[in-house]
Design a binder for this molecule. Structure first.
Ligand SMILES: Cc1cc2nc3c(=O)[nH]c(=O)nc-3n(C[C@H](O)[C@H](O)[C@H](O)COP(=O)(O)OP(=O)(O)OC[C@H]3O[C@@H](n4cnc5c(N)ncnc54)[C@H](O)[C@@H]3O)c2cc1C
Length: 386
């Protein structure tokens, strides 16, 4: 660890922080990563859509990930509610927007291991441990480690997750809310091929999603009421597999559970601004979503790319007032629009209000019947800036 002033420090070794550090380093500035090594074993997968794959390619880790990632060539939405007004089944095909795939589903642990290795090779100093105090000042931010060591940087990337200490130090406030839902997450093996199709069954309690993994495997994200998610998580493997088979209408045949399950209570959070006092918010430090439509980390990687672009454009002082304002401007629209869209989609599923159900049904019907609208929606899902 050094007391020298570095250009950029990033606190947090989740995927958003690792990518931010790597991309910032590619602009030739000095970068320190403050992150404890060996995160707890995570059996979740993340669907990396469109531009996120391009961002991962820029970090150089894509060749290591590609053989372990499953392409998502079709996204299917099934209205599995028992409501009066139901939406039609809609399928989005990547070839309709001249793409090989909408994106790739990647195990979190494999993504993080590949990024960790790239950090080592990129000449980024890694300080392993938790930041205990973060002190912004006019000319630099000082990060004090639990062992008393210090890191000083002109710009600090706050990628230390939803309860970010760095965000607190920046003085940026957040708006937080919760949903009456929890996500049960598990991996499955199945007897029929998924054909690279990700299927989202929309139910009254939230989506039940099957996301392809390589071979005859998939990841399940089952959004339910907290009590039901808890009940399901306590079933034995056979009973849970039977429940998943019923909910998936057996589209992937006989199911067996692979590995363990996890339950995540669903909540949302978004900062009102995204940078202040030489600190820029990245990933879940800036925004937390319910896992609907696979948006969370995709947005986090766009934060990382914008962070690096600001560093590249302000090499002399990447934490200057101008740089800080540029980052806030660059991220505000994208984060606000995604947060609103995901929140609205989730709430239309939960509502019993008939006109809202009708609007949702008509919206999906229109998307299905109007090829131009459908392509627009697909492109929006892929590349927000088109
Ligand atoms: C069930 C579920 C499914 C999901 N599926 C998808 C999907 O398909 N696609 C998608 O894009 N997103 C998905 N997401 C969202 C995605 O998982 C998150 O957006 C992503 O993991 C957040 O990454 P991050 O790097 O911002 O934060 P985190 O992964 O939370 O990383 C924060 C890091 O900071 C470290 N840290 C905290 N405090 C300190 C400190 N004081 N000092 C040093 N380090 C510190 C932590 O140890 C941690 O390693 C899903 C989320 C859930 C819950």
């Amino acid at each position: 660890m050094t007391n020298d002033l570095c250009d950029v420090a990033v606190v947090g070794g989740g995927p958003a922080g690792l990518v931010a550090a790597l991309l910032a380093r590619s602009h030739g500035v000095s970068v320190t990563l403050i992150a404890p090594k060996a995160p707890p074993r995570d059996e979740r997968t993340v669907a990396m859509l469109g531009a996120s794959v391009d961002v991962l390619k820029q970090t150089g880790v894509w060749p290591a990930l590609e053989p372990k990632a499953a392409p998502l060539r079709t996204m299917r939405i099934v209205d599995a509610t028992r409501r009066l007004i139901r939406a039609p089944l809609v399928e989005f095909h990547a070839y309709e927007v001249e793409r090989e795939a909408f994106g790739y589903n990647i195990p979190n642990a494999i993504l993080i291991a590949a990024l960790d290795e790239a950090i080592e090779q990129a000449g980024i100093e890694r300080v392993s441990g938790f930041a205990s105090e973060i002190l912004p000042a006019d000319d630099a931010v000082t990060v004090v480690m639990a062992d008393g060591g210090q890191v000083r940087a002109k710009l600090l990337g706050a990628a230390d997750g939803r309860r970010s200490k760095a965000r607190e130090a920046s003085g940026l406030s957040v708006r937080s809310w919760s949903y009456p839902q929890a996500a049960l997450v598990a991996n499955i093996a199945h007897s029929l091929p998924h054909d690279d199709v990700s299927t989202e069954f929309h139910t009254e309690t939230g989506p039940f999603t099957i996301v392809p993994m390589p071979g005859l495997r998939s990841a399940i994200v089952c959004v339910e009421s907290p009590a039901e998610a808890e009940r399901l998580s306590k079933l034995d493997d056979e009973a849970l597999a039977a429940e998943f088979e019923r909910r998936s209408r057996s589209i992937v045949g006989k199911i067996t559970i692979v590995g363990s399950r996890q339950v995540f209570p669903l909540s949302g959070q978004t900062a009102r601004h995204f940078a202040a006092r030489r600190i820029a918010l990245i990933g879940e430090a800036a925004h937390v979503f319910p896992p609907i439509g696979a948006q969370g980390l995709n947005l986090g990687l766009r934060d990382a790319a914008a962070f690096a672009a600001v560093v590249g454009g302000h090499r002399d002082d990447p934490g200057s007032a101008e740089a800080i304002a540029a980052y806030d401007r660059a991220r505000a629209g994208d984060i606000l629009s995604r947060t609103t869209a995901v929140d609205a989609l989730n709430r239309t599923l939960l509502t019993d209000f008939l006109p809202v159900q009708a609007l949702r049904g008509i919206g999906l019907f229109a998307i299905d019947r109007l090829p131009k609208l459908k392509r627009l929606v697909m492109r929006q899902g892929l590349t927000p800036h088109l």
